[in-house]
Design a protein around this ligand. Structure first.
Ligand code: ADP
Length: 157
């Protein structure tokens, strides 16, 4: 069984993330969206909420599973029996960091491969942090995030 993991903080999930999830789900028997828990990083939404947003938004894709992890991604992959990491690339600026992470993960476990998927151009400028910033100042982010996220975001900010 081919199992891929798409890791990230997803604080909150955006339509850019969902586009990658939809496309990546076609490449694997199972795609696990891994919500990383980093206690040193302040997040707007709790892990439970972040998981719920992804679950609700992906309910029509049967081979997508959502789970959280803390610590090393490589360890999470081992627990899940997964061997491919999926990452999305938006711009050259993503490349350097992702390249570094991919090489480090390969050093930690040479059996695990990282694949990169290009963003759809309509979402190439989207990031969770930009969504939070714009919504925080009252800007309209409709169409850039799932409806369930939009509702909660307005309540929160
Ligand atoms: P961010 O907070 O920057 O949105 P995440 O850590 O939640 O980032 O992102 C998880 C993964 O999704 C990363 O591989 C990131 O490059 C990718 N990603 C984020 N936004 C997009 C987008 N708009 N299009 C494609 N990939 C994306």
């Amino acid at each position: 069984m081919k199992i891929g993991v798409y890791p990230g903080s997803f604080d909150p999930v955006t339509n850019g993330h969902l586009d990658i999830i939809e496309r990546a789900s076609k490449l694997f028997d199972k795609l696990i969206v891994g919500v990383g828990v980093n206690n040193n990083k302040k997040s707007l939404f709790s892990v439970e909420k972040r998981l719920e947003f992804i679950e609700v938004s992906c309910k029509s894709i049967p081979n997508v599973e959502v789970d959280s992890f803390s610590g090393l991604l490589i360890e999470f992959m081992r627990e899940k029996n997964a061997n491919t990491i999926v990452k999305g690339l938006r711009a050259i600026s993503d490349f350097e960091y992702e390249f570094q992470m991919a090489l480090m993960n390969r050093k930690l476990n040479p059996e695990i491969e990282t694949i990169f998927m290009m963003t759809s151009s309509k979402y190439s400028y989207l990031s969770s942090s930009l969504i939070k910033e714009v919504a925080g100042f009252g800007g309209c982010v409709r169409g850039l995030i799932p409806e369930v996220v939009e509702k909660e975001l307005h309540k929160k900010l």
